[in-house]
Design a protein around this ligand. Structure first.
Ligand SMILES: Cc1ncc(C[n+]2csc(CCOP(=O)(O)OP(=O)(O)O)c2C)c(N)n1
Ligand SMILES: [Mg+2]
Length: 156
């Protein structure tokens, strides 16, 4: 495990949260904006850097924690909620953030999402809702706009 660089003067800045790793999202992707906003706003939360943990699933969005200079884990598809629950249960003082896409959170991870809500774990869920499976090149997700299939009207 890499050693985390902790600011010694106690004041966290957005630069302290930047891992410096080359960001590999497509040009123009909205995920850049989410990364920038998180790095800008999180220092204002008053949480020490070493207390943040980002647990991601699978998808373009789930590359997020490579770009944050915090603790974190790139986990498995749809299962970030289960892993994050374990992190929070064993270390309740951590600020735990699940990072997920609409497919990861609401399709393959739909059941874990429901049970996370039911158990009411004190974790945060950051869903990058681009209304599509982007990593796998554009399949529909639960938040995609409904499509009208004209041929289906034959069966109505
Ligand atoms: C068990 C498993 N099933 C399917 C896949 C293929 N897969 C990778 S990412 C993904 C969907 C990601 O969509 P979303 O969560 O919306 O993330 P985005 O890429 O849009 O950020 C799928 C189906 C996989 N990696 N593992
Ligand atoms: Mg998506």
């Amino acid at each position: 495990m890499e050693t985390l660089a902790i600011p010694t003067n106690g004041s966290l800045t957005s630069k302290d949260l930047d891992s410096g790793i080359d960001v590999k999202w497509c040009p123009g992707c909205g995920d850049y904006s989410i990364l920038k906003q998180v790095q800008t706003v999180f220092p204002e939360l008053g949480v020490p850097k070493e207390k943040f943990v980002f647990i991601s699933g699978i998808g373009c969005s789930s590359r997020f924690n490579y770009y944050m200079d915090t603790y974190g884990m790139h986990s498995i598809h749809g299962r970030a909620a289960a892993i994050a629950s374990g992190v929070k249960a064993s270390n309740p003082d951590l600020s735990v953030w699940i990072v997920s896409g609409d497919g990861d959170a609401f399709s393959i991870g739909g059941n874990h999402f429901i049970h996370l809500m039911r158990k009411n774990f004190d974790v945060n869920y950051l869903v990058f809702n681009n209304q599509i499976y982007s990593l796998t090149k554009g399949q529909y997700s639960p938040t995609s706009e409904p499509t009208v299939y004209p041929h289906l009207s034959l069966f109505l």
